[in-house]
Design a protein around this ligand. Structure first.
Ligand SMILES: Cc1cc2nc3c(=O)[nH]c(=O)nc-3n(C[C@H](O)[C@H](O)[C@H](O)COP(=O)(O)OP(=O)(O)OC[C@H]3O[C@@H](n4cnc5c(N)ncnc54)[C@H](O)[C@@H]3O)c2cc1C
Length: 386
């Protein structure tokens, strides 16, 4: 149904989607039972476990929508959705491959040379190659067009210099997709003159240093590029087309179930702990959360359906991300109705640790991937209000 600029069609599922869900769920149950992973809050950002990513790759659960010749399985966006949804619901440690599966792989597929596609995509699909995002910089986050990282033409390629900030998981990635300025800034055309590069992070002149967040982990990084040589074959797309490319990429970055399921494992564990003993007020809180969850899930599935139709649903994705990230923050607060929370970890109470962890990570939910104020601007434009 088309309405005021939005469209959330119901996706067409078939038996193979349900079958895949059962397969993934039973693998995860077995892994958790055997101690293969400990469920984490915000697992798609907090859980870096390359060995676990390799296990998923071996089962063919990374890059599932890509062509077979590049290691994919030519499955639908809905098949991919189901895999990601199950991984998130279980709190599995999926960060290592998450970004490459979600957006860098599709970007490489759409813009890289045949040689790069043949080399990199099968490695990503196998869970052996990980990619970080090099968008933000000191002074360029929401206003991404003001990036100052610069690439200058030299024989056979480019020399890259600058600093990228908040690069999630870069310490365990082989590559970073870097947005850089390749021609002088034109105040009349702020989005022109930007280009994307696929930069091997073991190149001479690259240094990655961790930044500790308030949950105590070094999840994101500051990455310096000092006269780093990048060969022509690692330019992604046409020189100067970077802005259009990242617009498409951001639709993938913002549209998945990770934008409302980051606290799901905490919700599940708290409700399980209180099953059969909830007060009427607690039952009301639980009911309210689940109702919102169902609505968001229907909208998010609609975005998967649009992706499956080859569309770039940036407005719908912005809407789901705005509502979804507030929801996943809200879960952390509302679960306080189920008992007081001591902001302390390591007391031997696993549920308390999980809840505290999610509280400490929650402020980032509405920042990463574009802040909610920026998303509201995109939504307003989609509604014709700007
Ligand atoms: C956990 C986490 C992981 C991240 N991972 C990555 C990553 O892997 N790669 C990467 O490149 N970046 C990453 N980021 C960076 C993220 O994309 C930026 O933090 C975000 O885009 C905001 O940019 P900023 O931090 O520079 O804030 P600013 O842009 O300085 O914004 C500060 C405040 O001003 C508001 N504001 C800014 N402009 C406007 C406007 N026009 N209208 C209304 N309000 C406005 C913002 O909403 C915000 O509240 C990550 C961030 C977090 C928190």
């Amino acid at each position: 149904m088309a309405s005021i600029g939005f469209d959330f069609p119901a996706p067409q599922a078939d038996a193979s989607v349900d079958e895949l869900r059962r397969e993934v769920r039973s693998f995860l149950d077995e892994e958790a039972r055997q101690g293969g992973f400990v469920p984490l809050a915000d697992c798609w950002c907090a859980g870096i476990d390359p060995g676990f990513s390799r296990k998923l790759g071996a089962r063919g659960w990374i890059g599932v929508t890509w062509p077979r010749r590049y290691g994919g399985r030519e499955l639908s966006a809905l098949h991919r959705y189901v895999i990601t949804e199950e991984l998130l619901a279980a709190g599995a440690p999926v960060h290592a491959h998450w970004i490459a599966d979600r957006q860098s792989g599709p970007l490489i597929l759409a813009t890289a040379s045949e040689a790069v596609k043949n080399t990199v995509l099968p490695e990503i699909a196998a869970g052996r190659c990980f990619v970080a995002l090099g968008f933000s910089e000191p002074g360029a986050g929401s206003d991404l067009a003001s990036v100052r990282t610069r690439a200058q033409r030299v024989a056979g390629g480019w020399t890259l210099s600058g600093t990228k900030l908040w690069s999630s998981g870069a310490q365990s990635c082989q590559y970073m997709t870097v947005l850089a300025r390749t021609s002088e800034r034109d105040p009349q055309q702020r989005h022109a003159g930007l280009t994307q590069f696929l930069v091997p992070l073991d190149s001479v002149g690259v240094s990655v240093s961790g930044i500790r967040d308030m949950s105590g982990v070094e999840h994101f990084n500051e990455t310096h590029f000092e006269d780093v040589f990048v060969p022509d074959e690692l330019v992604l797309g046409a020189v100067g087309d970077g802005w259009q490319q990242i617009t498409n990429e951001l639709a993938l970055e913002r549209s998945g179930p990770e934008r409302f399921l980051s606290s799901f494992i905490v919700l599940e564990k708290v409700l399980q702990a209180h099953a059969g003993s909830m007060s009427p007020q607690q039952a009301r809180v639980a009911g309210g959360i689940i109702a919102r969850l169902r609505g968001l899930r229907a909208m998010s599935l609609g975005v998967a359906a649009l992706l499956g139709q080859g569309r770039s649903p940036d407005v719908e994705a912005a809407l789901v991300k705005d509502l979804g990230t507030r929801f996943e923050q809200d879960i952390c607060e509302r679960l306080r109705e189920f008992g007081p929370l001591r902001m302390q970890q390591g007391d031997g109470d696993a549920l308390q640790d999980l809840q505290v962890d999610s509280m400490l990570r929650a402020p980032s939910f509405t920042l990463r991937g574009g802040t909610n104020e920026i998303l509201k601007g995109i939504i307003a434009r989609g509604m014709g209000l700007r």
